[in-house]
Design a protein around this ligand. Sequence first.
Ligand SMILES: NC(=O)c1ccc[n+]([C@@H]2O[C@H](COP(=O)([O-])OP(=O)(O)OC[C@H]3O[C@@H](n4cnc5c(N)ncnc54)[C@H](O)[C@@H]3O)[C@@H](O)[C@H]2O)c1
Ligand SMILES: [Zn+2]
Ligand SMILES: [Zn+2]
Length: 389
Amino acid sequence: MARPPAPVTLGLTETTCATEKGWEVTMKALVYHGPGQRRWEFVPDPAILEPTDAIVRIDSSTICGTDLHILKGDVPEVAPGTILGHEAVGTVIETGSAVTTIATGDRVLVSCITSCGRCRFCREGHYGLCTGGGGWIFGHLIDGLQAEFARVPFADTSVYKVPEALSDEQVLFLADTLPTAYEVGVLNGRVEPGDTVAIVGAGPIGLATIMTAKLHTPGRIVAIDLADPRLEKALEFGADVTICNGREDPVAKVMELTGGLGADVAIEAVGAPETFELCTELIRPGGRVANIGVHGKCATLHLEKLWIRDVLITTGLVDTSTTPRLLKLIESGRLDPTVFATHRFPLVEAEEAYDVFAAAAETHALKVVLEGAPVGHDLLVREEAVAGV
Ligand SMILES: NC(=O)c1ccc[n+]([C@@H]2O[C@H](COP(=O)([O-])OP(=O)(O)OC[C@H]3O[C@@H](n4cnc5c(N)ncnc54)[C@H](O)[C@@H]3O)[C@@H](O)[C@H]2O)c1
Ligand SMILES: [Zn+2]
Ligand SMILES: [Zn+2]
């Protein structure tokens, strides 16, 4: 789907002028103001701080369950005043002097993980562990991507050019959801052809785990969740069996399905002590548990039962190192992540979008797309700012 050309004459060229004229605020963004508080408001435009930075106009962004964790105060390192968001597709409008592989006008995927490209972990492809200033920093340690513009550090090694033929929505969920499910769930869990894979939690991450597990031709995918609408979605995404663990005993059911042995792989996609412990009970001897969920509370590892069973337990933050591979699969039509987009809002209505996303039980939201303003809007915003609107 071809898009209009990037507004290369807009953006920070005007901002620079604006700053020289003493205008202090020119763009709008969703700003975190402490637990429970967020506001769509005027903020200063981002500027190039390092020669490896780029400035990107945000064309599409989305909200993650982790953003809700931040708003609950579960991620205390997020300082009040930080712009939220770590998933976006945008257009490069300015590059620092050291940036060589992307240029003004390029459409890029801005991933949740940034890579310095130089530290030991980045050299090994473990960008999530970056010790050179990258890793998960957007909407966490630096300003994020639910904004009209954003500064992207280490641009050369952190963004991915979007093929012309692909729409924003086709690639947006590569910023976090798909690589998380694939790397931390499917690859860490070593899903193999024929395996019985039990996936606990059928939110966006659990559903993306179903979608990407299918790339490895498992024998059977069992989705487990408390919510029936989520289990219906799991079937649509390709689960073979669903278990509502509010009504049924998931361990008994999985044992029945596997001749009393247990699943080859259990993938935790909730982030609660009980679901992690459930995963360790669902697997066969020699089985694998891959934990994806973000945990805020202590979970018990029953070593007294597990030590003799040759189990493998993995944890991890996504690296996004599989992004190029997943992008190819989308290009070739083998993966279609657009099914995650259940709701769309203009970026300027980010606050309403959060309400819909947070009430997923009633709204059935999976991913809510925040659509950037049409080309030229940024100038209008600046005029509003100058007029003090
Ligand atoms: N490791 C990483 O790099 C990484 C990256 C992104 C997200 N995550 C984490 O992955 C987890 C899942 O993300 P999401 O966006 O899909 O979350 P979500 O909250 O949208 O979905 C969670 C699902 O779990 C279900 N659930 C809740 N309690 C349950 C229980 N006791 N038993 C069975 N099902 C239960 C809910 O009904 C829901 O469908 C979160 O903890 C998120 O923070 C981790
Ligand atoms: Zn996220
Ligand atoms: Zn690094």
